[in-house]
Design a protein around this ligand. Structure first.
Ligand code: A3P
Length: 332
């Protein structure tokens, strides 16, 4: 996105530092602080990093959200491909109500983030109880919260969690671009080297990345019927296989009739980067918290990090990954 576009952009709600509650301001004074990716400072709350305004949404969500057993919650770290999986989930789960071949399908006129809203970033960002009356069952929701910081009702319920993971090198580059687009004070530049050092130290939005991934990974092994773990790269490589796995997990497998009419293929086509990024709503629309919808569609490729990383950066992150994921069974 060019500077002229960003300068007119309204900062997303979760980045605004005004309107913070007194409780939140007081708490911030007690939290460890580091230089932020998106705004001046980022704070460590319950072991993960977040912006001040987001803290308010996180606390409200943790205190107030009541999960239903039928809920489906997508959990990700930012830039894992959340937008893509939101689209896939919405179309997959709602395919009886909204057949995929329907001309006015909601995905064609709404951004995936409006169809599957974030708990802490959107619904609870004002610190108020949101109105869930317009939601149909199952409710489709999303979060960037680490597993241990999910509202207790989610951890105690039979809510299904879908976790999407992505190669951290691509996440870093994707976040780097996204942060540059969103950063409020454009004179406050951060070099890629500085952000990379922070990322390797674990300071990333909702990071450390490894803690986030490992907690959900372990839960997916412990409770495979409750936590589904999938990699962005796996969906890219074997889209139909992964979509069918997801459908089975969500108890809505494809019927023989659907197999014959190639519904899975059509879902993948509808949710493809090419299709979504060329929809009017995603070219000119705005996300409810203020970002331009198009900032969620950049390249949508595996391995773009190779265009940015030096050999030293790659080796350094390899070492961190090796150390953090050793023995977990996860490879990047
Ligand atoms: P890149 O910046 O590498 O292109 P999130 O949705 O979690 O914010 O992640 C955004 C990343 O997902 C961006 O990655 C974006 O281009 C990519 N993305 C968005 N829609 C996609 C789609 N339909 N298919 C594949 N990747 C997609």
């Amino acid at each position: 996105m060019s500077t002229s576009q960003t300068s007119t952009q309204i900062p997303p709600k979760y980045l605004r530092e005004d309107e913070l509650s007194d409780e939140c301001k007081k708490l911030l004074l007690t939290l460890p602080k580091e230089r932020g990716w998106l705004i001046s400072d980022t704070y460590n709350y319950q072991g993960f990093w977040l912006s001040p305004r987001l803290l308010q949404g996180v606390i409200a969500c943790q205190q107030q959200f009541q999960a239903h057993d039928s809920d489906i919650i997508l959990a990700t770290t930012p830039k894992s491909g959340t937008t893509w999986l939101k689209a896939l989930l919405f179309v997959l789960v709602n395919r009886v109500k909204h057949p995929v071949f329907e001309q006015n399908h909601p995905l064609l006129v709404k951004n995936p983030h409006d169809l599957v809203p974030y708990l802490e970033l959107t619904l609870y960002v004002d610190g108020q109880v949101p109105n869930f009356s317009s939601f149909t069952t199952p409710r489709l929701l999303s979060t960037h919260l680490p597993f241990a910081s999910l509202p207790k009702s989610v951890q105690d319920s039979r809510t299904k969690l879908v976790y999407l993971c992505r190669n951290p090198k691509d996440i870093f580059i994707s976040m780097w671009h996204f942060a540059n687009d969103l950063r409020l004070d454009h004179t406050d530049t951060r070099s890629i080297e500085e952000m990379f050092e922070l990322f390797c130290k674990g300071v990333s939005v909702f990071g450390p990345f490894w803690n986030h991934v490992l907690d959900y990974w372990k839960k997916s092994i412990e409770k495979p019927n409750q936590v589904f773990f999938v990699m962005y790269e796996e969906i890219k490589k074997q889209p139909e296989i992964q979509l069918k796995r997801l459908a089975e997990f969500l108890d809505c497998p494809f019927s023989v009739e659907e197999e014959n009419s190639r519904v899975a293929e059509e879902i993948l086509r509808m949710c493809s980067f090419e299709n979504l990024s060329n929809l009017e709503v995603n070219i000119n629309g705005k996300f409810s918290t203020g970002e331009a919808n198009k900032s969620f569609f950049r390249k949508g490729e595996v391995g773009d990090w190779k265009n940015y990383f030096t050999i030293e950066m790659s080796e350094k992150l390899n070492d961190v990954i090796e150390q953090k994921f050793q023995g977990s069974g996860l490879r990047f």
